[in-house]
Design a binder for this molecule. Structure first.
Ligand SMILES: Cc1cc2nc3c(=O)[nH]c(=O)nc-3n(C[C@H](O)[C@H](O)[C@H](O)COP(=O)(O)OP(=O)(O)OC[C@H]3O[C@@H](n4cnc5c(N)ncnc54)[C@H](O)[C@@H]3O)c2cc1C
Length: 485
């Protein structure tokens, strides 16, 4: 039994855990990775040696150090939180989290849960996107950061998110050849950059870092194309190249396509919030395309609509590392305050710290809003990339775009992605729709002339991520295993 169980050890989870632990509460943090840091501060295993650099994020080293040393924080790494349950005992309803650890399944009782599960690269379906040699830019970056492994030799990067430029430079430094960086939108012009800087003066270093990445790429001879989109990965069993097309300002293809040779295609159109655990726990969701699509609704204290469950970081909207840190800090303090109130203790010290945490939130929020509006993906245009016949949409259940269109033709009253899922299994595989949800919803919207939002989202079921049957069995037999905490 712990006071607080945090899912995710990124900036949001670490900050939330520290805030509660500093107030005297016992915290357990569960993360699938081997070490703390989350996506942005992903580090190689300790055995690799060396020191970590966190670029322009000057606060990261201190956050990780304090997190790793705190006596009230225990951690369970290489572990997946796969479902939230509610147990009834003599004290009433208790929250409980199913965790799959390297030593088997555990069922952890807790007073509060903070979901800080981050985000994942936004998937985009087009002919050939499931071929070996097509990856998301975040995946290639993770391989490089955590294992020092290059996923390919001659790389094409395509998308619309600034991470593409940062990753291109990292890959170049690691020895890859960059064939081309294809940007679907125009690069931010001087006027946009000027307005961004005036809206977020405290973030000069981060902007400067991105600007430097572009300059360094260009001076090293890397081709960076604007208004260019990838329409096909060619090569079948392994990628040998991609087809690129020019697009207008609405990302609609114009003119003929051209082929660029390479053995690795990296896609980076932005991120989708990881909300499966929050959905399964019954938290209310809301749509905001700029924030990444479906995000978890919450109040000012970061409490969700599900009692005892709080949210922080990218599941509230994709907003960058500093905003995640600020949200985690705020959420952790609110959780500590609610636990203090429950225990009949005064929460005076927390009040003072909350004022500081709120200021950080306001400052980072300004920057996030600028970046979000500059780089919002054109979702309708991306859905249209899956129009060609036989394009795989659901890679787990092998459902194509034609099959989805057939379902929509044969069932004129279907107006949601979930209804399509029931008809043809798109989204029923092990990823539970993380890869195909946005394309399925987009195809419903395209066919009905409606908004993507109106197609809704897939429900998430326990287990939200694949776990062994042995682990799953323990959920229904709580007496047969240990409880961390
Ligand atoms: C692959 C990838 C690479 C990125 N690289 C950059 C970059 O170079 N620069 C940049 O500015 N931004 C980058 N981002 C954006 C970055 O995610 C955020 O800016 C920041 O890391 C968000 O912090 P967070 O705490 O909200 O989430 P994260 O840092 O993503 O942390 C979430 C953590 O939750 C864990 N988790 C998720 N679900 C579960 C579960 N069910 N059970 C257990 N653990 C779980 C994950 O393993 C992860 O460690 C990247 C994002 C991704 C997805």
């Amino acid at each position: 039994m712990v006071h607080l169980l945090v899912v995710g050890a990124g900036p949001a989870g670490m900050a939330g855990a520290l805030a509660a632990a500093d107030s005297g509460f016992d915290v357990l943090v569960v993360d699938e990775q081997a070490r703390a840091g989350g996506q942005i501060f992903r580090r190689p295993p300790q055995a690799f040696g060396g020191t970590s650099h966190f670029g322009p994020y000057t606060w990261a080293g201190d956050l990780i150090e304090r997190f790793e040393a705190h006596p009230r924080i225990s951690t369970s790494f290489r572990s997946t939180a796969y479902g939230v349950l509610r147990d009834r005992d003599e004290l009433g309803m208790r929250l409980c989290v199913g965790v799959h650890t390297p030593n088997g399944g555990e069922r952890v009782s807790t007073d509060r849960i903070l979901i800080a599960t981050g985000a994942y690269d936004m998937p985009v379906a087009f002919p050939g996107w499931t071929s070996p040699g097509v990856m998301t830019v975040g995946a290639a970056q993770s391989l490089l950061k955590s294992q020092k492994v290059l996923a390919g030799r001659r790389v094409i990067l395509a998308g619309s998110h600034p991470l593409l430029l940062i990753a291109a430079e990292q890959l170049l430094d690691a020895g890859a050849e960059i064939a081309e960086v294809a940007f679907a939108r125009a690069l931010p012009n001087m006027a946009e950059m000027a307005s961004a800087l005036s809206a977020a003066p405290g973030h000069l270093r981060v902007f400067a870092e991105a600007g430097r990445a572009v300059t360094r790429l260009l001076t090293r001879g890397v081709k960076v194309s604007k208004r260019t989109i990838v329409t096909e990965a060619v090569g079948g069993k392994a990628v040998t190249g991609v087809r690129l097309a020019n697009v207008d300002k609405n990302w609609r293809t114009v003119g003929r396509t051209r082929e660029v040779h390479g053995d690795l295609l990296l896609l980076g159109y932005g991120f989708s919030p990881s909300t499966e655990l929050a959905r399964q726990a019954g938290c209310e969701m809301q749509w905001d395309s700029r924030l990444g699509g479906w995000v978890v609704a919450h109040d000012e204290s970061f409490a969700t609509s599900a009692e005892g469950i709080y949210i922080a970081g990218e599941p509230t909207g994709v907003s960058g590392a500093e905003q995640s840190w600020a949200e985690g800090w705020n959420a952790g303090l609110h959780i500590a305050r609610s636990l203090e109130v429950e225990a009949g203790r005064s929460a005076g010290k927390i009040q003072t710290e909350l004022a500081q945490a709120r200021r950080l939130l306001q400052r980072s929020g300004k920057f996030s809003r600028v970046v979000q509006s500059m780089f919002e993906p054109n979702r309708e245009a991306l859905v249209a990339l899956s129009n060609p016949k036989d394009t795989t949409v659901c890679r787990c259940e092998l459902v194509t775009s034609d099959r989805i269109d057939e379902v929509l033709r044969n069932n004129p009253f279907i107006s949601s992605g979930s209804a399509v899922k029931l008809e043809c299994r798109s989204g029923m595989g092990p990823c539970q729709g993380r890869y195909c949800e946005s394309t399925v919803a987009g195809r419903v919207a395209q066919s009905r002339g409606a908004s993507i939002e109106s197609s809704g989202f897939f429900a998430a079921h326990l287990p939200v991520k694949p776990v062994s049957l042995e682990t799953y069995r323990m959920l229904s037999d709580p007496g047969s295993h240990s409880t961390t905490g």
